[in-house]
Write a protein that binds this ligand. Structure first.
Ligand code: ATP
Length: 136
């Protein structure tokens, strides 16, 4: 059976390149599942958890927006930031949730800082969700 080759990259680094049987990813239009021999696709991604399904189970990655490209059984996830579940620093994400939540209480809704802190809160919650999925 054909296999997928999945690469997750950010502007800073290559997070993983690995063979997979299936990929699940958060596109802005909803969760997508990609199997081998999928037609070419270019999708915008939301913050969310990417699942790389392989022979030995699923590996989870926290991804903060970007693009997903599928072509000839090669999948590239180009993300603003991405971490494997094992790389996620839970204490840092917990601290970011607390700090961002505190700031959101006092910042004016609609201000640039408010938008920035709500994105930061979403990223941190997403990191915690990816770490939790991997722990099960
Ligand atoms: P923080 O508020 O903790 O700085 P952030 O959401 O502002 O988090 P980003 O701007 O999304 O951070 O990412 C900056 C860099 O830090 C990226 O390389 C990202 O992979 C890394 N990073 C952010 N939070 C974590 C975390 N909890 N564990 C591991 N790496 C993280």
């Amino acid at each position: 059976m054909a296999e997928l080759t999945v690469s997750i990259v950010t502007p800073e680094r290559s997070v993983t390149t690995t063979a997979a049987e299936q990929l699940t990813a958060p596109s802005v239009l909803g969760e997508v599942g990609i199997l081998p021999n999928h037609k070419p696709l270019l999708a915008t991604m939301d913050e969310g958890v990417v699942g790389v399904h392989g022979a030995e189970g699923v590996e989870y990655f926290a991804v903060s927006g970007g693009f997903l490209e599928v072509s000839n059984n090669r999948i590239t996830v180009l993300a603003e930031a991405a971490e494997s579940a094992a790389e996620i620093d839970i204490e840092r994400a917990d601290a970011a949730v607390k700090d961002a939540s505190g700031q959101l209480k006092v910042l004016a809704f609609g201000s640039e800082e408010h938008t920035e802190q709500s994105s930061r809160l979403r990223r941190a919650n997403n990191r915690l969700a990816a770490a939790k999925l991997a722990a099960h």
